[in-house]
Design a protein around this ligand. Structure first.
Ligand SMILES: Cc1cc2nc3c(=O)[nH]c(=O)nc-3n(C[C@H](O)[C@H](O)[C@H](O)COP(=O)(O)OP(=O)(O)OC[C@H]3O[C@@H](n4cnc5c(N)ncnc54)[C@H](O)[C@@H]3O)c2cc1C
Length: 483
């Protein structure tokens, strides 16, 4: 029995019965997140029901120097919620109450395990909604959204999660409970909630989060435009942005993504196009009507192959259904896939797409593209068959080349899915040594022992990398595997 196992009874004593799960079969569900290529058995899974229980658990981790990973729904695509060897998972799903909803001040205070869509569902009766809408919004939690500063289709206009969080209660990595921000945007001092957003679980655990709610738009105008080439769709995005219009959302899907969506939900997109662009205008009725005319003129100049304007809410939802299902639909066209999350300056979108097609041709690995085009945020899906020897490695190389392309073009290694385990090796390609050292010092101020989500985000000598070939050092030690 190792020292962690010996320490565990002391945690079990301090918590109410049934909070600590050690059953191996139960733990299987927590072994990996959305990046299933990596998995790691946790020592135990703790399921707290109150902030106090989170404090007790984290304090025990701090005292016993046992690493922990906070987990919402485990939909991270970058290995962010992958367990740490010898550590515990703190699963926050039972902290799922909307503690208050104030329609006058347009705020809601929620626990971290609340699923994203539930906030909008609760707010809609007051004519309000929560703007950040990841495609995983029916599953992912607000705690995960905060830690990854998640985005979604409508973040082009409204910003990422950090733009919608004004305050939070946080259990720091030493078990202290502190409050950041306030219930309005006028807090004193630096933007501490902003600092916590995107910190990938390295500072501690958010247990209460104050969210801004927005009034539901009075009118939507949703258009689906088909193009003969992917580059034409990318260039159309630049044309819309250059015109000064700021749509609520602008999303592109290429032919492979369309094929997958059609196979899964039969969304009725126009046949024969190389890509579709979805543009959604939203806001006060008069403004949307005025912008609709502008948009019509711009689209007409982009040589569209087909155009469909939603005339009813059902048609609008049907357009979005195709887009929102793509990740889960890819299983219809490929046994396995990796999703990347790079960013390029949006005026270079067309060029980036051509380059991705070249990489795909070169490697013989198919790449399906779906992305938040208005943000320049690419989500190439690298399709492979894990049963074919060497294909996984070739798929990793394609991921690596795409990420390097994003950096070379002046973009970023992640738009919204975090760095996690997956991309920590690329951090030095984007930031200089002094900047990474500063990141370390900030992390050290919150968690000098590095018990919170150890091994994530920062490059390390043992970093797994999508640019490596052969077995990863942790795989050689039997710590992780990618069966
Ligand atoms: C099909 C699919 C579609 C997706 N689409 C999008 C998209 O459009 N936009 C987007 O941004 N992402 C998207 N994602 C990625 C993912 O859903 C988001 O990153 C989401 O925010 C993760 O939430 P979660 O509850 O699953 O978090 P988890 O995966 O459980 O955790 C993610 C990270 O947050 C940390 N964490 C969790 N809770 C807390 C807490 N309370 N305090 C501190 N740290 C915490 C974890 O340690 C981990 O580092 C998608 C994923 C899938 C599978």
């Amino acid at each position: 029995m190792n020292s962690t196992q010996q320490a565990l009874p002391r945690l079990i004593e301090r918590l109410p019965p049934g909070r600590v799960m050690q059953d191996a079969a139960f733990g299987v569900a927590f072994e990996s997140d959305g990046l299933t290529a990596f998995h790691q058995k946790p020592l135990a899974v703790v399921i707290p029901e109150t902030t106090e229980e989170v404090v007790t658990t984290v304090r025990w981790c701090h005292e016993a120097k046992i690493p922990f990973v906070a987990r919402g729904s485990g939909t991270s695509l970058s290995g962010g919620s992958l367990p740490i060897a010898g550590g515990i998972v703190i699963a926050l799903n039972r902290l799922k109450k909307i503690l208050s909803l104030d329609p006058v001040n347009r705020t809601a205070v929620v626990q971290p395990g609340v699923v994203n869509i539930k906030v909008t569902q609760a707010a809609l009766q007051h004519g309000l909604y929560f703007a950040p809408d990841p495609s995983s919004q029916t599953v992912c939690t607000i705690g995960g959204n905060v830690a990854f500063n998640s985005g979604g289709a409508h973040c082009l206009k409204y910003g990422m999660t950090s733009n919608h969080v004004t305050g939070m209660k946080v259990v720091l990595a030493n078990g202290e409970c502190v409050e950041f921000g306030s219930d309005s945007t006028d807090a004193i001092g630096p933007d501490y909630p902003g600092l916590f957003c995107g910190s990938e679980g390295l500072f501690g655990i958010a247990t209460e989060i104050t969210l801004r709610l927005l009034p539901k738009p009075e009118k939507f105008h949703t258009v689906l435009v088909g193009y003969r080439t992917l580059q034409a769709a990318g260039d159309a995005v630049s044309a819309v942005i250059e015109s000064g219009l700021l749509p609520g959302a602008m999303e592109i899907m290429d032919a492979l993504s369309i094929e997958a969506a059609e196979a899964a939900v039969n969304c009725g997109y126009p046949k024969g196009c190389a890509a579709v662009l979805i543009v959604e205008l939203e806001g006060p009725r008069e403004r949307v009507e005025y912008e609709t005319e502008q948009l019509r003129t711009i689209i007409a100049r982009t040589d569209p192959f087909a155009e469909h304007i939603a005339t009813t809410e059902a048609e609008r939802l049907s357009i979005w259904k195709g887009r929102k299902c793509v990740f889960s639909a890819v299983g219809h066209i490929s046994p396995d896939f990796l999703v990347q999350d790079g960013v390029v300056p949006r005026n270079r979108l067309g060029e980036a797409l051509v380059h991705i097609q070249e990489i795909s041709r070169d490697s013989g690995i198919r790449v399906a593209n779906v992305f938040h085009a208005g943000d320049g945020n690419l989500h190439p899906m690298i399709l492979y068959d894990g049963n074919v020897a060497g294909e996984f490695h070739r798929a990793e190389e394609v991921c690596s080349r795409i990420i390097k392309m994003c950096i070379d073009m002046g973009g970023s290694i992640t738009g919204e899915h975090g760095v996690g385990m997956e991309k920590r090796d690329f951090l030095p390609d984007m930031f200089d040594a002094a900047t990474i050292e500063l990141f370390h010092r900030i992390r050290g101020a919150f968690d000098p022992q590095e018990v919170a989500n150890r091994g994530k985000m920062f490059p390390a000598a043992d970093a797994p990398s999508l640019s490596m070939s052969g077995l990863h050092p942790l795989e050689k030690q039997g710590v992780i595997s990618r069966e």
